[in-house]
Design a binder for this molecule. Structure first.
Ligand SMILES: Cc1cc2nc3c(=O)[nH]c(=O)nc-3n(C[C@H](O)[C@H](O)[C@H](O)COP(=O)(O)O)c2cc1C
Length: 365
């Protein structure tokens, strides 16, 4: 058994009592400090899995199954060999930035703040978009493709403007980032929803327009790369679907993590509440997992219905709180518009509690 599996099993035994009884500040430090080390170890695991099949075609892409990791799990493409060997249907790398970025720091420490809320099957993070930068990500993707020649396993890249850039520089950086990724990825997810950095909606039409132009120019020379926009909230779903249907993108993904702490707190198990309160008061951060499951499902269901009403060609990727085979079945019942599913918090739970060889098979079959 690899180190990551041992660490995950150990963590599974102690994370409940730690969340409940340790001082929240210490718990936050512990998990923020160990997150990267755990992922580095997990990246070395190569479970021996027959990839579970639930074939999907979306535009020109073929997916061996409809479940992949959500953005944030594999910031720089180093987890691709793991994701491929564990049986994922696809992977999303990123969020990728045009230049390297350290993200938020936990006080004077160099760690990005994050903590699990184990009794609530949730987590809260304010990593603040750490990224090795697009050039490193491109190299990692190239190495993976060369070593594994992955079949029916599309690679997506999540992209957004650099948090240290503003205005024209930010848009130009985003467009350049997409342009560098286009020859190497199969689809792009534009992150319009990250709650942990200053991120305004200003310039949305220009931003999306320029990204679509870059993609269309690329198509003339190479393959068609579908573009998705990831949202934190579908807002007025009628307007949202109308706007994006005319924007030239291929679909929408949602939801990202959520920040309305007062409402979310009701779905936080009392044993995690001290930790939740400490974290949100000191680090803000976005909540993921079970507490956002209901709203993510509802918003995707509404968007799917609206797409039908408007005769739109948009596709949807369902993200938020997906953790069980029942969640997968419920999501698939939304029909062909909801073409793919992504998970993060539920996947981390599954890694800690189940055999690595079974986590995708159980969800996909
Ligand atoms: C630690 C962590 C880091 C994340 N980083 C990103 C990111 O870089 N870009 C992004 O679009 N979403 C990011 N997300 C949000 C996830 O992609 C996903 O939208 C959210 O966690 C809801 O899914 P879940 O309930 O399955 O976790 C992150 C989530 C977590 C927990």
């Amino acid at each position: 058994m690899g180190i990551a599996r041992k660490l995950a099993k150990l963590d599974h035994l102690v994370r409940g009592p730690i969340a409940q009884h340790f001082p929240p500040q210490l718990t936050t430090r512990l998990y923020s400090a160990t997150r990267s080390t755990f992922l580095e170890q997990l990246a070395k695991e190569r479970p021996d899995v027959d990839p579970p099949l639930h074939p999907v075609q979306m535009r020109n892409l073929y997916f061996r199954n409809d479940l992949g990791n959500a953005a944030g799990f594999d910031k720089d493409g180093k987890m691709l060999p793991f994701s491929y060997s564990v049986g994922a249907g696809f992977a999303v790398v990123g969020t990728v930035l045009i230049e390297p970025h350290t993200g938020n720091k936990l006080g004077s420490l160099s760690h990005n703040p994050f903590v699990p809320l184990p009794h609530s099957r949730s987590a809260i993070n304010s990593l603040g978009l750490p990224s090795a930068g697009v050039d490193v990500v491109v190299q990692n993707i190239q190495h993976f493709r060369h070593a594994y020649d992955p079949q029916d396993f599309p690679i997506g890249a999540s992209v957004m403007g650099h948090p240290n850039h503003e205005g024209a520089e930010k848009i130009a950086g985003t467009v350049e980032c997409v342009s560098k990724l286009l020859p190497h990825v199969d689809f792009v997810e534009i992150n319009e929803s990250c709650p942990n950095t200053e991120h305004s909606d200003d310039g949305l039409t220009e931003r999306i327009g320029r990204i679509v132009d870059v993609r269309n120019n690329h198509t003339r020379r190479g393959k068609y790369v579908p573009i998705f926009v990831k949202l934190g909230d579908f807002g007025n779903v009628d307007e949202t679907i109308k706007f994006y249907s005319e924007s030239g993108i291929d679909g929408l993904a949602g939801l990202n993590t959520q920040k309305d702490y007062e409402t979310l707190r009701k779905d936080i198990d009392p044993r995690d509440r001290d930790l939740f309160d400490h974290y949100t008061e000191n680090h803000r951060g976005g909540v993921s997992g079970a507490p956002i499951r209901g709203r993510a499902y509802q918003q995707i269901a509404n968007a799917a219905e609206e797409i039908k009403q408007q005769g739109s060609d948009l596709k949807l990727i369902h993200i938020g709180g997906i953790a069980t085979p029942a969640d997968m079945r419920q999501s698939r019942r939304l029909g062909d518009t909801v073409v793919l599913r992504e998970w993060y918090t539920g996947m981390m739970d599954a890694i800690a509690t189940q055999k690595l060889e079974e986590i995708y098979a159980r969800m996909v079959r």
